[in-house]
Design a protein around this ligand. Structure first.
Ligand code: C2O
Ligand code: CU
Ligand code: CU
Length: 478
């Protein structure tokens, strides 16, 4: 009897930990890599007479051969699939005109951008079909690879999966490779499931939503990239709905990580692998020999969201390579240690935070402008990750241990493996608005849509207690 109930319990526990058999087969060894990598076009408008850089973005339906020869319905921004790479630098005044030409409401969120809440493009800034939304702000943060994607309440997974996403680069002035499309290359990595005729399969599956068995890089299937210089900077964005990649070269060569989500590391960090969960960015610089080939790959990890060995992209180096600058010894100045004034704890459940589902009318946290706080994430279940809008944070520790060196720069999104505690030192911004919240949430998009999200406002120090914890219901799609 005892043994039997033990067995039943064990089986139950195993089913819970493994959450069924959602893991996917990888594509390793199966691809020919004959498709040139698509490089998203750049939008870098000259400032107008008023000093403002104006960007025009249109969310639209399209058709793309995601699998060569098999046209599929997609969504894109100023194009059929994905969007242009936007560029600006610190101090620029930018103005966006985001037009929604889709048949349903959406939003456009600037992930990683430090800006007023009303410009953030979260679920409170819906854009109705046919409407144009025009946020404006001054770029005021260190150089970084940020990105943009829709954030409609409960619908983000589908909108991103269909193709709405792009990069937004805040330029740096360090001696790193910087010729976009030549030695400074965006790599937007997304896993996909396809129907037999090559359309996007949107059936969202189990615990984590879509885990695809095919990979697109910048929307290109089985891509190759022709390397023409000794060193190349790759800006890797995990633009997937759920998959977590453990990336390195198949020959285990050493490369250098130079930046994370929130910008440059203090110095280049030698690495052979890095892990990147949905929404995170990692910039690396890799060296190549004339005439060689190299394969970038994601190596199977230990949770469902990391399952499968995936070949990502092949690099073929030209017979003669342009000399590249040596990697600088120093990239950014160290951040002064901060004195956190408060600790908040967040229990990550199956698809909720602190036992609560997202409620657009509820303010979960009220934060003083410019505050430094410790946010402690306690994951009681399977893999999640955690993203906070408008902040820069440092990962203090993961289950009490310091994070790998390449994760020690400023970040805005972090992987939280199953049954793990992660502590963050968070630096909040200074744009106050007691009535418009920012979001924090799991960036596994199915979880986010299921309500694994909370809202915080940034207010004038001293007004925390008098700030209202409820918002008038603006209605979905207001
Ligand atoms: Cu990448 Cu709340 O978003
Ligand atoms: Cu964000
Ligand atoms: Cu999650």
């Amino acid at each position: 009897m005892r043994r039997r109930s033990f067995l039943i319990l064990t089986a139950f526990a195993a089913a819970l930990t493994l959450t069924g058999c959602e893991g996917v087969q990888g594509n390793a060894g199966a691809l020919a890599f004959t498709n040139p990598l698509h490089i998203p076009p750049v939008l870098d408008p000259a400032p107008g007479p008023d000093g403002v850089k104006r960007f025009g973005l249109r969310l639209q339906e399209g058709t793309a051969e995601l699998l060569p020869g098999k046209p599929a319905s997609t969504w894109g921004i100023n194009g059929d699939y994905l969007g242009p790479t936007l560029r600006a630098k610190r101090g620029d005044r930018v103005a966006m005109a985001v037009t929604n030409s889709l048949n349903e409401a959406s939003t456009l969120h600037w992930h990683g951008m430090r800006l007023p809440a009303a410009m953030d493009g979260g679920p409170h800034q819906m854009i109705q079909p046919g409407q144009t939304w025009s946020p404006e702000w001054i770029v005021d943060q260190p150089a970084a690879t940020t990105w943009y994607h829709p954030h409609p309440h409960g619908q983000t997974a589908r909108h991103v999966y269909r193709g709405l996403a792009g990069m937004f680069l805040i330029d740096d002035d360090v001696a790193l490779p910087r010729t976009y499309g030549t030695d400074d290359i965006p790599l937007i990595i997304q896993d996909k499931k396809f129907t037999p005729d090559g359309r996007l399969d949107e059936k969202s599956g189990g615990t984590f939503g879509i885990l695809g068995d095919q990979i697109l890089v910048n929307g290109t299937y089985a891509p190759f990239f022709q390397v023409t210089s000794q060193r190349v900077r790759f800006r890797v964005l995990n633009g997937s709905n759920a998959h977590v990649y453990n990336i390195g070269f198949t020959d285990d060569r050493t490369f250098h990580v130079v930046a994370g989500d929130g910008g440059l590391l203090e110095k280049p960090v030698a690495a052979q692998r890095f892990r990147i969960s949905p929404g995170e960015r990692v910039e690396i610089v890799a060296g190549f020999q004339p005439g060689e080939q190299a394969l970038l790959k994601s190596f199977e990890g230990d949770s469902d969201v990391e399952s499968g060995d995936f070949d990502l992209i092949k690099f073929t180096a030209a017979g003669q390579l342009t000399p590249s600058p040596e990697l600088p010894a120093k990239l950014a100045s160290p951040t002064p240690a901060s004195q956190p004034t408060k600790t908040r704890t967040f229990k990550l459940g199956g698809s909720n935070i602190n036992g609560r589902d997202m409620d657009m009318t509820r303010i979960d946290e009220v934060v003083a402008a410019g505050a430094h706080e410790i946010w402690e994430l306690n994951n009681t279940t399977f893999a999640h990750n955690f993203h906070i809008h408008e902040v820069a944070f440092r990962v203090l520790d993961i289950d009490g241990e310091a994070p790998p060196e390449y994760m020690r720069g400023p970040k805005d999104t972090v992987f939280v493996p199953g049954k793990t505690k992660v502590r963050l030192a968070v630096e909040f911004g200074r744009h106050t608005d007691p009535k418009t919240p920012y979001m924090y949430h799991c960036h596994i998009l199915k979880h986010e849509d299921q309500g694994m999200m909370g809202q915080f406002v940034i207010v004038k120090p001293g007004t925390e207690d008098s700030t209202s914890r409820t918002l008038p219901m603006t209605g979905h799609g207001h």
